[in-house]
Design a protein around this ligand. Structure first.
Ligand SMILES: Cc1ncc(C[n+]2csc(CCOP(=O)(O)OP(=O)(O)O)c2C)c(N)n1
Ligand SMILES: [Mg+2]
Length: 506
């Protein structure tokens, strides 16, 4: 029988799944549920050592002899600190020591409760990964606990630290079986080079494979997912995720229904965006995408074709839809007229969402952490090292926030700005429930009446303005093709409620 502590059982199950077979265990009451579990596992052998300082080196010796990861498990408080010399030694020897410390629950740290000190980062730089597990109460916390343990256990050639808070009562051993835990495996860069080809073959052999590339765009996937609703036929069984952030929340939720995800990235990091990651393959996602595209040309895949048909339908709707004068109309018109040789940067908020509907060429966007503070500066920086025309499509808060991007001597006429000024953070009109708050417009969406004219004058930027469809279309044509030595800005002034209406109608 195993402990009734869920985080301890998740940890134990994953230690076994990751092939850990040896554990040096030190005496204590807080870590007793962990030691109990390790001892219950037929696959794990325990070695008792009382002095933690010695126990750490004991485990280090085992890693040297076995060339395998070895656990050293200690109770809370100074017990953990006593491992520091061995962990530092293991770090510089590149040995896979797995430090497991039991801990008091977080509310009791620094409250003079016995044997407590801040443990989660206590081993500092001498571990490659340090995680502190939750005591799960729901599925999201169970997923989090699983992910943290996986993240620690896929580290190779370095010590890691797993801290395990455990609430009293500690000693109830009534769970008959360990949970079935999803293991995340790392296929590191040094596995044979055919790994990437293997991934491509898996893609082609799956019944319902889907390749997802994140930033900067997942064109029309948001609408496609909205359209299929609960139709299970479209749900992939194998997602190949070649990285980058995904703009659409709806798409992320949809992909969580998939059976499993394999990620391909250069760094080997775990990004379990769809909560079903099983493999991380270190490598270049673009190579995989090219190879799959080539294979699909040779041999079309019915599931991919079904999705292509769906996406074609969504695209046709985007083409056919004629929005009334709004920022949506401006982006649609701009995207219809721009050329593929133009470099287009979209700011966060509505701008990048509209690009996901209408853009048919590659776009750029700061989608790493989605800040509104640097989009104009990023596009400006891009423009000074290229002779291509560089455009920045940007909302008003994002633009005024980053107006300093224009206040320098570097800019030239190849830099162009399409400013979508709806007088506030229009995105907040789309948040269901927020309309009930009297604080919405003034305090959340920061409503204002500023225009960019003065800023343009100050910075010697050519200023154009539109307040209706005709002016907008003429303005976009000028913005796209006028010859100029200085940057050009077109300010499209719209009403946020009409922007909202155009999007809802679409
Ligand atoms: C640095 C930073 N601060 C705050 C936010 C939160 N935020 C997200 S969208 C947004 C409003 C952006 O307004 P605007 O640029 O006018 O675009 P619109 O919503 O009108 O399309 C804000 C404040 C953020 N993403 N980044
Ligand atoms: Mg705005």
């Amino acid at each position: 029988m195993y402990s009734d502590k869920e985080n301890v059982n998740i940890l134990t199950a994953l230690l076994v799944a990751h092939g850990v077979r040896h554990a040096v265990v030190c005496p204590g009451s807080r870590n007793a549920p962990i030691v109990h579990n390790l001892n219950e596992c037929p696959d794990i052998r325990c070695y008792p050592v009382t002095d933690e300082r010695s126990a750490g080196f004991y485990a280090l010796g085992m890693t040297q002899a076995l060339n395998q990861p070895v656990v050293v498990c200690v109770t809370s408080g100074t017990a953990l600190l006593n491992l520091a010399p061995a962990v530092a030694e293991a770090y510089y020897q590149h040995q896979p020591l797995i430090v497991i410390s039991a801990d008091r629950p977080q509310p009791w740290i620094d409250q003079l409760d016995g044997q407590t000190l801040p443990q989660p980062d206590a081993l500092g730089r001498f571990v490659r990964k340090a995680v502190s597990l939750p005591e799960p109460h729901d599925n999201e916390e169970r997923w989090y606990c699983n992910r943290l343990v996986n993240e620690a256990l896929i580290v190779r050639h370095a010590p890691v630290h797993i801290n395990v808070p455990i609430t009293e009562p500690l000693f109830d051993f009534k769970v008959a079986a360990l949970p079935e835990e999803r293991k995340i495996e790392l296929m590191p860069a040094d596995t044979p080079p055919h790994m990437l080809s293997h991934v491509c073959r898996m893609f082609m052999q799956s019944k319902r494979p889907m390749l997802i590339a994140g930033q900067p765009m997942n064109p029309n996937l948001d609408e496609a997912v909205a359209l299929i609703g609960d139709d299970e036929r479209y749900v992939p069984d194998f997602v190949l995720y070649i990285g980058g952030s995904i703009v659409s929340k709806r798409l992320k939720h949809f992909l969580r229904k998939a059976k499993e995800t394999w990620a391909v990235n250069e760094t080997g990091e775990v990004n379990d965006t769809f909560m079903n990651l099983t493999h991380v393959v270190q490598g270049d996602g673009a190579v995989v995408a090219d190879q799959i595209r080539f294979m699909l040309e040779q041999q079309p895949h019915p599931f991919v074709q079904m999705w292509e048909t769906l996406l074609a339908k969504v695209r046709a709707h985007a083409e056919d839809y004629q929005p009334a004068y709004s920022e949506m109309a401006a982006v649609k018109y701009f995207e219809g007229k721009r050329s593929s040789t133009h470099q287009v940067h979209y700011a966060n908020s509505s701008a990048i969402r509209l690009a996901n509907i209408f853009a048919r060429h590659r776009v750029w966007c700061n989608r790493g952490v989605n800040g509104i503070e640097g989009s104009l500066s990023t596009a400006a920086g891009f423009s000074v090292v290229t002779d291509d025309k560089v455009f920045c499509v940007i909302g008003d808060l994002s633009f005024f926030y980053d107006q300093n991007a224009l206040w320098n001597q570097n800019l030239r006429g190849n830099f162009r700005i399409l400013l979508l000024n709806n007088g506030k953070g229009g995105i907040f009109n789309m948040l269901k429930g927020l309309e009930q708050s009297p604080a919405r417009d003034k305090f959340v969406a920061a409503a204002h009446h500023t225009t960019a004219e003065g800023i343009c004058l100050q910075n010697d930027v050519t200023y154009l303005k539109a307040t209706n469809m005709e002016q907008m279309q003429q303005g976009v044509d000028t913005l796209l093709y006028i010859e100029s030595d200085r940057p050009v800005l077109l300010e499209v002034l719209t009403d946020a409620a009409e922007d909202e209406q155009a999007l809802r109608e679409y």
